[in-house]
Design a protein around this ligand. Structure first.
Ligand code: PGA
Length: 245
């Protein structure tokens, strides 16, 4: 496990983008597992900058996202497809047909989960998976629970996640209650994992992720078992570890 502690969010974003740049330079055909949320926005901003400076070429890269809300069309500005297009894909030379995200409007959950799972397999797995962490320890939409799903599944979001995500919606009733998400085996099968953690609100979650017991009640704790985990945290997110360890 490698841990980088950066001064602030800006430095975290630059460091994370540099790690992704190295991955793509070493293997231009990389399959990148990508994530949405507030945390990776700065990383995507730097990747766009690197692309504009001709430091990175995405023409042979394949991306596959962790999750998508169920019941939301891709054109909806709350969809993760919309997020990815606007924060990254539209600004770089990745081929749109090489960008994959679950279909939020799929009519048959089981079929959509199987399709997406088979897709990951057909791509030969994920070379580098970018991850954020929820304040409740979720990764992707794998929520604290008595058991964890291994593969792509349709999940009922926890109240904590609905509350946290309501900041992006007009009111809490608009927040989708279900999502499609990769399972923990999909995530853990990635060759490399890059976990980004920013801000004081995530400090306890990061401590529990790295030092807590490995339990399904904290899905992120399973990352302790990954063979190639890199964490980029800012000082605020690292504050509880600094104090306790
Ligand atoms: P955030 O979400 O980046 O918006 O904090 C991370 C997550 O919930 O996985």
């Amino acid at each position: 496990m490698k841990v980088y502690v950066t001064k602030n969010y800006e430095d975290l974003s630059k460091k994370a983008a540099t790690i992704i740049l190295s991955q793509v330079v070493l293997n231009p055909y990389s399959v990148l597992g990508l994530a949405t949320g507030s945390t990776p926005i700065g990383t995507y901003k730097y990747l766009v900058e690197f692309y504009k400076n001709k430091e990175i070429d995405f023409s042979n890269v394949i991306s596959i996202n962790l999750d998508e809300y169920k019941g939301i069309a891709s054109e909806n500005n709350q969809s993760y497809r919309y997020f990815m297009d606007n924060h990254l894909f539209k600004h770089i030379n990745i081929k749109m047909e090489n960008t994959y995200i679950p279909d939020g409007l799929a009519s048959d959950d089981d079929k959509e989960c199987k399709r997406y799972n088979d897709l990951i397999t057909s791509l030969g797995g994920i070379d580098l998976q970018l991850l954020g962490i929820g304040v409740n320890g979720h990764i992707g939409f794998n929520e604290p629970s008595e058991y964890l799903e291994k593969y792509v599944h349709c999940v009922a979001l926890s109240q904590s996640t609905i509350d946290v995500n309501s900041r992006f919606f007009n009111n809490i009733d608009e927040v989708p209650k279900y999502a499609y998400s990769m399972g923990v085996k999909n995530i853990m099968s990635s060759n490399k994992i890059l976990l980004l953690v920013s801000g004081k609100s995530k400090a306890k979650a990061l401590y529990d992720c790295l030092y807590g017991p490995i339990t399904t009640m904290n899905p992120s704790s399973i990352l302790q078992l990954h063979k190639d985990l890199t964490i980029v945290s800012d000082e605020d997110a690292f504050s509880v570890i600094k104090q306790k360890v």
